[in-house]
Design a protein around this ligand. Structure first.
Ligand code: G3P
Length: 223
């Protein structure tokens, strides 16, 4: 399973890239607005730090402008995945860019039917938003299960299921159980994945007991 981080905060991206566990980055217009950064500068810098796919979203909603923006964004770095909305025009742009060999991430997916269309349009990734479905009382992970099942039925579909709008580690584990290819995770949730109170407690005990031995490993004083 691949982990992407869902943020436009460059400092966070650098910090998490240093773990060696980061496979890509997703941004969206809301995250860019929150960062206060120039979008194009920011995306170019992220692509330097993380060599995996970096999603950069078009701003327009009409076909011609989205296509022009998508081509422009794709020219920033080879690892850009152009993000387009799941609309008829967005899917048309997806088809055009995918045919040109560009990676496209189709975002704002909320149904299995939409995910089928994204795969048929040649998307490299489809982004179902699990948290936003949960927020309105629908079953976000149920949608991931449906999409994974459908995609497995059609080997000609090469679209990866990118679980988005992740709110907590349980979403990540549930996505992994279902065989989703990618989870894009906010930095705070990604850090939560490392934690367990019994790990902290156990480590404290091991450190204390080791000190009682009076030994060091690197001095290499063997008896
Ligand atoms: O980047 C798309 C998605 O992950 C947004 O998540 O938390 O705004 O629903 P959220």
């Amino acid at each position: 399973m691949k982990f992407f981080v869902d943020t436009a905060d460059l400092a966070e991206i650098c910090d998490l890239a240093a773990t060696g566990l980061l496979d890509g980055v997703t941004t969206n217009p809301s995250l860019v607005a929150k960062s206060g950064r120039n979008f194009l500068d920011l995306v170019a810098q992220i692509c330097e730090v993380v060599k995996g796919p970096v999603s950069a979203e078009v701003a327009a909603t009409d076909f011609d402008t989205m296509l022009a923006e998508g081509r422009f964004l794709a020219g920033i770095a080879p690892n850009i995945a152009v993000k387009v909305p799941l609309t008829p025009a967005g899917l048309k742009v997806c088809k055009a860019l995918s045919s040109d060999g560009r990676q496209v991430n189709v975002t704002l997916c909320f149904s299995a039917a939409q995910a089928i269309l994204a795969a048929k349009a040649g998307a490299a990734f489809v982004s179902p938003f699990v948290g936003r479905l949960d927020d309105i009382g629908q079953d976000g992970m149920g949608l991931i299960a449906e999409i994974c099942q459908i995609y497995r039925n059609y080997p000609e579909f090469h679209t990866e299921v990118l679980v988005a709008s992740v709110r907590h580690p349980v979403h990540v584990v549930a996505a992994a159980k279902l065989g989703a290819h990618v989870a894009t995770v906010p930095p705070a949730v990604l850090r939560q994945l490392f934690n367990h109170p019994l790990t902290d407690k156990g480590l404290a005990q091991f450190v204390a007991d080791w000190q009682k031995t009076g030994q060091t490993i690197l001095d290499n004083k063997r008896s």
